[in-house]
Each structure stands twice: as structure tokens, then as C-alpha cells.
Design a protein. Structure first.
Lengths: 417, 296
């Protein structure tokens, strides 16, 4: 994969350098992952050849506004990280501070994930050249979103964006992480850490609209404190292979988390999601709703685990994944799992994969709605509940409009007959 | 289509099967503008299949016979084309369609009828207004018409919602598949009165039902008995009274002759005229005409 010696050229404190070296050695020892390992099942991971990518941090100019258009205007802070380098930081609201390696982000890197959840997470700690930490002061109520634009447009670049968000106790904030890219191949391995302090309310939305030659292997790790509330939204629209591993650790009594994801696979892309709702503390709740469509030759994989640890009594946890197959050549797989070590809990999971519902289509047709319009209405309607649930109304609106455009172009007749 | 034209749905020798089973074994029926026909039969007699086959629900195969609306071959049309031609099916079990409101769906249908590709914001608003006015007429809460179709609605609300959509769409011929099931007596009266008013303005109705209760309000011109996929008896409203008294037993022990043809002439051509405006004369010609106006 990569050489551990690459860490020597990176900035930061001696303490961070030591942790980077340890992470690099762990990752190098783990070697190249293989689809024979359960965590890479159904993925094209064996196609990964890291020698085709160069690890550099050249920086560059801003990417397109895309689905996040207009959100910057009123944002509490706007941060741009392009091709491995921080290119712009603008903080406009009280209660928000942003730090980089120059001014103390070192100490916050690893606050939730001291080690990577997988080999790419370890490579991220080792090789994240420009980590960014966003801190929300305790009790601060930050109404406008903090926007982080992560853009990649250098052919063959490999890089490791790292974002740490620390929401102080009783604070309220929303962070939007926007990933864009050009048409060239690139390997992007982000790791985001969300630390939600006691009583804090944090929203976090990832909007992934990478180019169709990009590989993304992302990790999101979170820790939800006592009586805290974390709402995660994930929108996945692009990439050749785009994986997101999302974990919520419910460590404080009374905490609640929600993960809502929208995905729309087209062309030959593979969208891969792994979720971990881990309940450590009692009286914690979590909800998960992943809804996606696969068109053309696209593939989608969802694997989710609800894990209830022995001390976590009085837990309620739900997990739902629904997939629409819009083309006979599209493919989806859904693997929900439960692992429960405490009997005093309520857990449920559900999943489905299928074409546009023929009864729904017929009902609309029986009112005089043409077949293609009826199908488009059903697909739009399918996404409605999960779009409503995203923790940013602006993102919900722009994704809804994008899906409208995608379904009005699509021709699903072959599958739904 | 000229104003006040009588429209006729003609079903001739209709055979249809689902899977390996032949369910309709030669049905003949004719329904014209302003007329109400009741088709009654025991469970499994093919009543609902008849409704589904005429509207084109997937899962059935027509093996013989024809269905025409004003001479147009209905069986050759997609379900939405049948609806655009003037047919409507009020479903026994209306399907839940998450995320799609009645206003959205009907605005699409009405825009197409008006010759537009997709509804304008103004057309969507007008459709919503029509739905809300109709909802009030049948005692459906106005906010329910803005909700996703049939989602989280009671059985009675769904049936009222079917009636609301029927009234807004103003089809030429409506098939009501057990419109009375799941309705309490007040809701039944409200829905049936609304449909009866529409028949006075020219709507032709084919009402499929188990029970005679709904017929007290819909007041059919003709009653047909369907058994084993065939119409085995036809008569006036008194036939429904006989069924109420005796049930279907008289028809069940032995097979009567198949395929009794029923022919009802094109009455109703002058019904519904008289409010003066051309939109009211042919509501189907102006999809956004206020149906309440037509009733005067």
C-alpha cells in the first residue's frame, strides 16, 4: 500500500508524529485488504492498486457548489480543503473555532478514533496532511451550518482528509461536509470524528458527489454523550467505488442518534455502506434509515450492525434499509444484523430490495397518470421520508431536486413491468 | 367529443384468467352515461376481477371478448390511457403511495387531459382546491387530501378519498369496486349521494357490491347477478330486493345459462345539461371545471 516513511514529511507536534508512525506501522502490517474478508465482502477492493496513486498535498482551487449551492452564504464557517491542503478557513459566527496543524488541531485528532476502524482509517491517521478541527463552545447555539468543502481534482492523487468536530456540552450546531471531484481517478480516504458532549445537539451531513472515476473509502466515528443527540445525514451520488463506514457509539446514558442516508447509484458505480450502532450505555436510543436506488449497472451494498453491550439495558434501536432497483442490470444487497448482550432492549431491523411497486404504479395510472410519470412519482415518493429526515433543510431541498431530475430522465420500464 | 354526448362502455363475451384459472367466463354488460348498473355476486364470483380487467390491472390475461368505450378498444390501451379516455376505478383496497399526494397525481392526469406535459404551479393549486372542496362534500378532513395517498388513512377515509378523486376527475364511466366496504352509514350516505349527483350530471356507473345496502343510496337502474364469472340474471332494482331476501342461493345449485346479454340504451344524454356554461355541459372537456358548479 503506502510507505510508513511518508509520515516523516508531515507537520504537527512530536506526539502526533509518534502516533502517525504507530498508525502507519499498524496499517502496513495489516497489508492490502481482500474481498475474502467479511468487512470487504461484495466490494471491488481487490481491484485497488495503490501504486496507481501518488500521495501528495498540492492544494488547488475550489470545487463546484453542486448540491451545497447557496449554503455558504449564511454559513457560520466555511472551510475548504482541496487536494490534501487547507486552502481557506473563514469563521463568521461566535461559538465556533477552527484549528489546523498550525494552531492545535494535533491534540484533537484521535479524540473519538485514536485508532482507525479499518486499515484505511489507520492510513488516515498516519497520512492526514491537513487535519481540521471544528470546536463548538459549550452552550453555544450555532444556528447556521459549518460547511467543509473537500475537493479533489488532481489525476491519480491519494489523500486522507480528516475532520474532527467537538461539540461542547449543551451546544447546538450542524456541520455539512461536501465532497466533490473531477473526472480523473483519485483515491480519497476521509475520516471524520464527531464528539458530542453531554446534552449537545449535533447535526452532520455528508454530501458525496464525486466524479465517476474516484474511489472513496470513508470512515465516520462518533461518540454520543449523556442526554446528547446526534443526527447524521449521508447523501451518496457519485464515485466509481464509494464506501462509507459510519459508527455511532452511544456511551452516555440517555443519548440518541439517528442516521439517515440517501443514495442514487448510476452508471457502473458501487456504493457501499457499513453501519455500526453501538450501545454501550443504558437508556440510549438509535434510529437508522437508509434508502437508495440503483439504476443502469450500479451496485449498492448495505451492511448494518446494531450492537447492544451487556450494560446497555433499556435500549431502543431500529435499522431500516430499502432499495429500489430501477434497471434489470442494477444490483443491491442488504445485510442487517443484531448482536444483543442485554435482554432488556427493543431492537428491530428491516430491509428490502425491489423494483418500483407495481400496485402503486397501477393506482396512479388508474387516475390517468402516464406510466413514466407514475414511476417517477413513486420513486420520488420513496425518498420523501428520508429526505425529510436529513438534518439540513437546504440539503434536503437540493437533493430532492436532483432526484427529481434523475427520475424524470430515467427509463425504468424494463424492470417494473 | 361534442357536448352532452352519451358515452357507452360495452363489455362483450369477456373471458379473463389469472394464472391458470379462468375467472371471467363470458361477461356481457353495457353501461351508458347517466345510468347506474349494480353487479352483485357472492365471494369469488369474479366481481373484482371484472373491475380490474376493465381498468387493466397487471396480473390478468384476457382470453376472449372485447371492452370498448364509445367504440374504442379499451383492452388495447394502457391503464392510464383508459383513465384518460374517461374510465375510473374506485378501488376496493386503495393502494398506499408513500410521498405522493392526490393533488400531485391528479394534477398530472388533468394537465395531460388539458394537453400539457406537466402541471403548472397554478394547475397544482387548482387541483388542490378542487380536492379540498370535494373532501368537504363527503366529510373527509381537508388535510387528508394533502397527505400521501392512502397512507395512515382508515378504511373509511380511503373510500371517501376515492370518491373525492372520482368527483374531481369527472370520468365518463366509473367502476366502483365495493365502495361500501369499510364505510359507516354516514360515510356511505355521503359518498353515495355525491356519486348519485354525478350520475345526474351524466356519469355512468358500474357498481360492484356484495350487499344491497349501498343501493339504497345509489339507486341502480339495472341490477345484474354474477356467478362463476358469468352474468346469470339481470333486472331492475327489484332484483336487489330479491337478493336481499333470498341471497345468492337460488343461483348457486345449478349452472344457469351463461352470458345473458344486457343492453341498455344511451340515456342520460340530456341529463346534466342546464347550467348554461359549456364547461358544465361537458365537464370532461374542461378538466379544471369546478364540479360543484355543475350541480347548480
Amino acid at each position: 500500500m503506502f510507505s510508513p516513511d511518508l509520515v516523516d514529511a508531515l507537520g504537527g507536534s512530536d506526539a502526533l508524529a509518534k502516533r502517525r508512525r504507530a498508525a502507519a506501522e499498524r496499517a502496513a502490517a495489516a497489508g492490502q485488504p481482500s474481498f475474502t474478508e467479511e468487512v470487504w465482502r461484495y466490494t471491488p477492493i481487490d481491484d485497488l492498486d495503490t501504486s496507481q496513486y501518488r500521495f501528495e498535498s498540492p492544494g488547488g482551487s475550489a470545487g463546484p457548489a453542486g448540491l451545497v449551492a447557496g449554503v455558504d452564504d449564511d454559513a457560520a464557517a466555511v472551510i475548504r480543503i482541496t487536494n490534501g491542503a487547507v486552502t481557506d478557513v473563514a469563521v463568521r459566527a461566535d461559538g465556533v473555532s477552527v484549528t489546523t496543524l498550525d494552531d492545535g488541531a494535533d491534540d484533537l485528532v484521535g479524540v473519538v478514533a485514536p485508532e482507525g476502524p479499518d486499515v484505511f482509517g489507520d492510513w488516515n491517521l498516519a497520512l492526514s496532511a491537513a487535519p481540521i478541527a471544528v470546536s463548538i463552545e459549550p452552550k453555544a447555539v450555532v444556528a447556521a451550518p459549518v460547511v467543509v468543502h473537500v475537493h479533489t481534482d488532481v489525476d491519480g492523487l491519494a489523500w486522507f482528509p480528516r475532520l474532527v468536530v467537538v461539540a461542547g456540552r449543551m451546544s447546538q450546531a450542524t456541520v455539512i461536509e461536501h465532497h466533490t471531484g473531477g473526472d480523473a481517478p483519485a483515491l480519497i480516504c476521509p475520516l471524520t470524528e464527531l464528539s458530542v458532549g453531554d446534552g449537545a445537539h449535533l447535526g452532520h451531513v455528508t454530501v458525496q458527489e464525486l466524479g465517476n472515476a474516484a474511489w472513496q473509502i470513508a470512515n465516520l466515528c462518533s461518540d454520543v454523550g449523556r442526554d446528547a443527540n446526534l443526527r447524521i445525514g449521508h447523501v451518496a451520488m457519485g464515485g466509481d467505488y464509494a464506501r462509507a463506514r459510519i459508527g455511532t457509539d452511544m456511551t452516555g446514558r440517555g443519548g440518541h442518534s439517528e442516521i439517515d442516508a440517501v443514495y442514487f447509484g448510476r452508471g457502473t458505480s458501487t456504493l457501499d455502506f457499513r453501519t455500526f450502532q453501538t450501545h454501550v450505555a443504558p437508556h440510549t436510543t438509535s434510529d437508522l434509515l437508509f434508502k437508495g436506488a440503483v439504476d443502469d449497472y450500479a451496485r449498492a451494498v448495505y451492511t448494518g450492525l446494531i450492537r447492544i453491550e451487556a450494560d446497555a439495558s433499556h435500549v431502543m434501536a431500529d435499522q431500516t434499509n430499502r432499495n429500489l432497483k430501477l434497471s434489470p442490470n442494477a444490483w443491491a444487497e442488504s445485510v442487517p444484523n443484531l448482536e444483543i448482550e442485554n435482554s432488556d432492549v427493543q431492537c428491530s431491523h428491516a430491509s428490502s430490495i425491489g423494483p418500483v411497486d407495481a400496485d402503486q404504479r397501477f393506482y396512479l395510472e388508474s387516475r390517468g397518470v402516464p406510466t413514466d410519470v407514475a414511476e417517477a412519482l413513486v420513486v420520488r415518493g420513496f425518498f420523501d421520508e428520508v429526505l425529510d429526515a436529513l438534518p439540513s433543510e437546504q440539503i434536503s431541498a437540493s437533493v430532492r431536486q436532483r432526484i427529481d431530475e434523475l427520475v424524470s430522465d430515467a427509463d425504468f420500464a424494463a424492470v417494473v413491468r | 367529443m361534442s357536448d352532452n354526448a352519451a358515452h357507452t362502455l360495452r363489455i362483450e363475451g369477456l373471458h379473463a384468467s389469472a394464472g391458470d384459472q379462468e375467472i371471467l367466463q363470458g361477461v356481457d354488460l353495457e353501461v351508458s352515461s347517466g345510468r347506474v348498473h349494480a353487479v352483485m355476486g357472492p365471494n369469488g364470483s369474479g366481481k373484482s376481477t371484472l373491475a380490474h380487467v376493465v381498468m387493466g390491472r397487471p396480473g390478468y390475461e384476457v382470453t376472449a371478448g372485447s371492452v370498448t368505450l364509445d367504440g374504442i378498444d379499451v383492452l388495447g390501451l394502457a391503464p392510464w390511457e383508459r383513465a384518460q379516455a374517461g374510465l375510473f376505478l374506485a378501488m376496493q383496497h386503495p393502494t398506499e403511495v408513500p410521498g405522493v399526494s392526490a393533488a400531485q397525481a391528479l394534477a398530472e392526469a388533468l394537465a395531460l387531459r388539458a394537453g400539457d406535459d406537466s402541471p403548472s404551479a397554478e394547475q397544482l393549486e387548482r387541483t388542490r382546491g378542487l380536492l379540498e372542496a370535494e373532501a368537504a362534500t363527503v366529510g373527509l378532513k381537508a388535510e387528508l387530501v394533502a397527505r400521501p395517498l392512502n397512507v395512515d388513512m382508515s378504511g373509511g377515509e380511503k373510500k371517501r378519498n376515492e370518491t373525492v378523486q372520482l368527483a374531481v376527475l369527472q370520468p365518463r364511466i366509473a367502476i366502483l369496486d365495493e365502495i361500501d366496504s369499510g364505510l359507516d352509514i354516514d360515510a356511505l350516505r355521503a359518498c353515495a349521494n355525491r356519486i348519485e349527483a354525478l350520475t345526474e350530471a351524466g356519469l355512468g356507473v358500474l357498481a360492484i357490491t356484495h350487499f344491497t345496502r349501498v343501493l339504497e343510496y345509489l339507486r341502480p337502474d339495472e341490477v345484474h347477478v354474477i356467478v362463476d364469472g358469468r352474468i346469470v340474471d339481470s333486472g331492475g332494482p327489484e332484483l336487489a330486493d330479491a337478493l336481499e331476501a333470498d341471497g345468492y342461493a337460488p343461483y348457486l345449485p345449478e349452472e344457469p345459462d351463461a352470458g345473458v346479454a344486457v343492453s341498455i340504451g344511451g340515456l342520460g344524454s340530456t341529463l346534466g345539461a342546464g347550467t348554461g356554461s359549456s364547461a358544465a355541459d361537458d365537464p370532461f372537456a374542461d378538466p379544471w371545471a369546478d364540479p360543484l358548479d355543475e350541480l347548480g
